[in-house]
Write a protein that binds this ligand. Structure first.
Ligand code: G3I
Length: 457
């Protein structure tokens, strides 16, 4: 990826919508709140939101930097330290030193920590870049599992998959080594992340998806599909690396995703310095404040000198750490208020209540759908109750010789080759009469060719 050329593309797209910022700002209805707070984090917290910054471990010794960080922000994202190349520099050897420094800085300041990013086509370690097919799929899922497990219970939201959609008009997936392992690599990653850390919100994150366009519609269609099939996705991140304009339908785009039942977050906000930098920052903030499920905003750095966009001065503090006009416009927009984020918009979690009268036991059946590639596959197994409800189920699958199960989700597994058993977990054992649930597993070799058997309890 060439960040400069991507930015140039983004900028040309956004220039055409520059005038729309004013329209957007005027159309956002905001409700006043009791008292104005004097920092970004505190003012966002008044409506249940966070205001965060991407930070770098190498800068935590800079007192100007950490002074602004601890004063202003109540969320942090590691700019590079939790990426694949940083956390697994050689296969199976995990290094968390710098990721942990970011985590501990955030937690000790009472901040939320956004994890970024479990899988991405860029910033892969060289060993992963040279893998393909089932070897890469297994390595990727193992990476997700290991890293999400290391940070289990501590991460507010993970960018599970970053930038998997293509630019341009098609609305399809970006070609990458990960994409070539099979179209289901994204859902396999979300399932593995959910298994490893059921309490983290799991996000899909991308750029050039900040308005209604072919790319964002491609993401929208994927999220709608995931929600309909129970793939554990909780949130969508909109990077919002903006030029000198903002799409006129910025807020409407956030809202259409929120209406699918996911949280939305502004994850990497920065805006080219120009005549309207402050008003664009204000428009973005107002849009988030107006969308109930927009849970927070993260800027991609603290001072202009910390930005990846060298020379564009795209952030809220100047090189010396002074507040810019853009800072004031964001603070005012946060203090103008908006609908409070409901506490219920948490991560996907298994239902905790059980019916007072348990249904009686009955029979069940199972069917399997395979997504195969050379040397591996993922299997989705649908378990269906018969004419009576079931309280628990066990499915048996026969695998061809030479293959093995490497990972399972929404079920516990017994054995890895030959005859493999899968049983319900606590939250999906009870199926009403005629109802169904799904679990999945990943394997090497070829998937099962016979219909699995199902035994109800
Ligand atoms: O740490 C090394 C240093 O040791 C070495 O001397 C130097 C020489 O180039 O490189 C340093 O690493 C750089 C790293 O940033 C830390 O500064 C990498 O080369 C450089 O590629 C890397 O850039 C990061 C970029 O992602 C990589 O694609 C930027 O900091 C980071 O802001 C940027 O963040 C991305 C998000 O993750 C995803 N969305 C887009 C966003 C902006 O590109």
């Amino acid at each position: 990826m060439n960040p400069r050329s991507i930015l140039r593309r983004r900028r040309s797209l956004l220039l055409s919508a520059a005038g729309a910022a004013v329209v957007l700002a005027a159309s956002v209805a905001v409700a006043g709140t009791a008292e104005a707070a004097s920092t970004l984090g505190a003012s966002a917290a008044q409506s249940g939101r966070y205001f965060g910054a991407a930070i770098a471990a190498g800068k935590l010794g800079d007192s100007t930097y950490t002074g602004i960080l601890t004063r202003e922000f109540n969320a942090v994202t590691p700019e590079n330290e939790m990426k694949w190349d940083a956390t697994e520099p050689s296969q199976g050897r995990f290094t968390y030193t710098n990721g942990d420094r970011i985590l501990n800085q955030g937690l000790s300041n009472g901040s939320k920590v956004r994890g970024h990013a479990l899988l991405w086509h860029a910033q892969q370690p060289s060993w992963a870049q040279s893998l393909s097919g089932s070897a890469l799929r297994s390595a990727a899922i193992n990476h997700v599992t290991q890293v999400a497990t290391h940070y289990k219970g501590k991460i507010y939201a993970w960018d599970v998959v970053n930038e998997a959609f293509a630019d341009g008009g098609g609305g399809g997936r970006r070609d990458s080594n990960l994409q070539r392992t099979g179209n289901d690599w994204i859902e396999a990653a979300f399932r593995a992340a959910h298994t490893a850390d059921p309490n983290a919100k799991l996000c899909y994150n991308d750029y050039n998806t900040d308005g209604v366009n072919a790319k964002s519609t491609g993401v929208y269609t994927m999220v709608r599909d995931f929600k309909s099939r129970g793939v554990p996705i909780d949130c969508v991140g909109f990077q919002s690396h903006l030029g000198t304009g903002i799409p006129g339908d910025y807020q409407a785009n956030l809202q259409r995703f929120a209406d699918l039942g996911v949280d939305v977050q502004i994850t990497e906000l920065d805006v080219a310095q120009g005549g309207n930098q402050a008003s664009i920052y204000s428009s973005v903030t107002r849009a988030c404040m107006a969308v109930t499920r927009c849970t927070g905003i993260t800027v991609w750095g603290i001072r202009d000198s910390d930005s990846w966009r060298t020379g564009e001065n795209p952030l809220l503090f100047d090189n010396s750490g002074n507040k810019k006009a853009a800072y004031t416009s964001v603070l005012n927009a946060l203090n103008a208020g908006g609908p409070t984020v409901p506490p219920t918009s948490g991560p996907t979690s298994p239902p905790t209540s059980s019916p007072t009268t348990p249904p009686s036991a009955g029979a069940c059946s199972a069917s399997v759908t395979l997504n195969s590639w050379s040397g591996g596959y993922t299997a989705t197994v649908k378990v269906t109750a018969g004419s009576a409800a079931v309280n628990g189920w066990a499915v048996t699958v026969n695998l061809p010789a030479g293959g093995a199960v490497t990972n399972a989700w929404n079920a516990t597994s017994t054995g890895t080759s030959g005859t493999v058993g899968f049983a319900n977990v606590s939250y999906n054992g009870q199926i009403p009469a005629g109802g169904s649930t799904e679990f999945g597993f990943q394997g090497t070799g070829s998937g099962p060719s016979a219909t699995p058997t199902c035994r109800a309890s």
